[in-house]
Structure formats: C-alpha cells, structure tokens
Design a protein around this ligand. Sequence first.
Ligand SMILES: [Zn+2]
Length: 105
Amino acid sequence: MDIHCNRCREPWDSYHLVHEAVWDAVDDLGEEACQNFGGKLTPRIKAALKDHGWEFGMTVCNVKRCPCCPDDAEIDADRAAMANAVEEIMGDDLDGIISTMDDLF
Ligand SMILES: [Zn+2]
C-alpha cells in the first residue's frame, strides 16, 4: 500500500518507508542500525533522516516531508492533522496505521 507525502503527495510504498528509507542515512547510522530499524523512529534516526530530506510524525507512516518535496512546498494541514490523529489512535501499530491511511487518503 502507498503512503502519500503530506506535503507534495508523492506516493511511497509502505514497505519502502518501514524497511528501506532508513538506508538513505546509512552513512550516519551504520548498517546494523539500518538492518534493525523496522520502522521504529528514535530521535537519532529522525535527525539523520531529516538530513536526507525525510521528516516524519511519530511513525514512518506519517510523511511530513520527503526527498521529492519541492523546497517551497507547503504541508497540507488537513491531511497532516488527520495523519497525526491516526497515529495517536493507533500508537505503534504500523500495519494498522498503513491500512487506515490507505482508507482515508
Ligand atoms: Zn514530499
């Protein structure tokens, strides 16, 4: 299932977000951290990914900025608010968040 960026609406495959996007920051995080990632964002991982154009909410399923975003792109406040609410309700249930985001958007 695809998760859309809340800023530029680029579709990202949820598998890519959970398992592969972290490798953009492998030089900062190291291979072991990337292999063990599994979609769990820590402040260190969030900061490293931000340097590579990614900004997330509480989970990788809430894309606030992606590497495809034009510099001047504004976040879609309504979509972002809904994505934040889904995360608050579902907690760290990534599969639940992915499926709910797919239904909503
Ligand atoms: Zn984007």
